[in-house]
Design a protein around this ligand. Structure first.
Ligand SMILES: [Zn+2]
Length: 145
C-alpha cells in the first residue's frame, strides 16, 4: 500500500473512538487493518466490540492485503473533505475486500474513471496525523495472468 502526502492544518480529521482507534492508527502508519474474530475467523468492518457472526469478544486487528473489487459506487459532486476539493466530481466506491466477501468498505476511488461493478482496486493510506490516517481506493494494475 502506498503512502500519500502529509496533512495540512485545515484538514478534516476523523475522531477515533475506543473501538476504531486501531483502524485510524494503522492508516496513519500506511496500513489497512480490519478486525478478525479469533474464534470463528469472520472479518468485521466497521470496528465493533463483538464479532458480528458469533458475538465473541475475542477480536484482533490484522493487516489485510488492501485489495478488493467494487461492489457499488456513487459520484460525489461536493467534497466531503478539503483534500478532495480539487477532485470534484469524484467517485465513492463500496469495496468488497478479498479477505471476506462480507466486508464492504466505502472510500473515495481516485481516479474513478471507468468505475464498474467488479472493478479491481487497491487501498491507499493517507497519514493525516501521527495517530489518524484516511483511506482511498485506486484502480489496481491490470492483471496480465
Ligand atoms: Zn466470531
Amino acid at each position: 500500500m502506498a503512502d500519500a502526502t502529509a496533512a495540512t492544518p485545515d484538514r478534516t480529521i476523523p475522531i477515533p473512538d475506543r473501538d476504531s482507534a486501531p483502524y485510524w492508527s494503522a492508516l496513519a502508519q500506511g496500513r489497512l487493518e480490519v478486525q478478525q474474530c479469533r474464534d470463528c475467523g469472520r472479518w468485521s468492518w466497521p470496528a465493533r466490540p463483538v464479532c458480528s457472526k458469533c458475538q465473541s469478544e475475542n477480536l484482533v486487528w490484522r493487516e489485510v492485503q488492501g485489495s478488493g473489487e467494487v461492489y457499488s459506487w456513487v459520484v460525489a459532486h461536493r467534497p466531503f473533505a478539503p483534500r478532495l476539493a480539487d477532485e470534484v466530481p469524484y467517485t465513492i466506491a463500496l469495496v468488497r475486500l478479498d479477505e471476506d466477501e462480507g466486508v464492504l468498505i466505502p472510500a473515495a476511488l481516485l481516479p474513478g474513471d471507468g468505475v464498474h461493478q467488479g472493478m479491481r482496486v487497491r487501498a491507499v493510506a493517507h497519514p493525516l496525523t501521527d495517530e489518524v490516517g484516511e483511506l482511498t481506493w485506486e484502480p489496481a494494475a491490470p492483471d496480465h495472468t
